[in-house]
Every structure is written in structure tokens, then in C-alpha cells.
Design a protein around this ligand. Sequence first.
Ligand SMILES: [Zn+2]
Length: 147
Amino acid sequence: MGDELSLSDIRQQIVWLREERKRLEDSLFRPGKMMRASLVFLANYCGKKDCKCKRGEPHGPYPYLSERRKGGTRMTYVKKRDLPEVEKLVEEYVRFQKSLARLTKINEKIRSLLEIIRDINCQGVDEYRKKIIEDKKNPKIKKSKEK
Ligand SMILES: [Zn+2]
């Protein structure tokens, strides 16, 4: 009976996870435009002598697109007038990646719950072997057990 209860709990959990997965998949199905980068704000040192940055007052911070590429990180300066649009693109990329990661988590969770269901429903071969041995020992009892 304990098994029955936990089985229905497990099934309920799977139902909730599938509902969440459906919502996630819908939100991933038609994403907005995006840009594969993160936006960072960096201070600048121009290097000119007598500049305030030489005295520890850097310029900026200025927005940059930071991309991971083969061989390191590439930085691209973002013009002030482009910042709102670029920000939107990057935010959509971040949102998409987060949703993808959540989708993977949900799938893993559903899989592990299904494995629990499998194990509850799984009969061991050892059990079957014992039954064969018992049947050999007591052929008459075996008959009477069968209905
Ligand atoms: Zn300077």
C-alpha cells in the first residue's frame, strides 16, 4: 500500500513537471531576436599623460559585448545609441539559455521519477529463479496455487 501511495505522488510530480515543461517549450518555441554574448561595463584607461585616468580616475564605465570564443574572450565596444537594442538582444539570449537549462533539469527529473516507477514495477530475475526452484520442489503445491 505504501508503494501505491508513493506511485501516485510520483505521478503527480511528473504531471506538474510536464506542465512546467510545456510552458517552457512554448516560451522557447518562438523566441525574440538575440545575441550570443553578455554585456559588461568596463572602465577605461586611455594612457594619455596628464589624464585623470592616470591619477586613478578611469573613464567610463563603458558597455562591451563579451563573447567566449576559441582562444579566449572577445570584447566589442557598444555605442551608446545601440545600447538599449543590444541590451534587449543579450537579455533574450540569457533568458533563452536559462530556460534551456531548466528544460534539461526537468527532463532529468522526469527521467529519474520514471526510473523509480520502473523499479517499483520491476520484478527481479532472482525472484523468478526462486519460483522455478520452488515449483520443482513442490509441483503439487504449484498446481493448487494456480487459479
Ligand atoms: Zn584617460
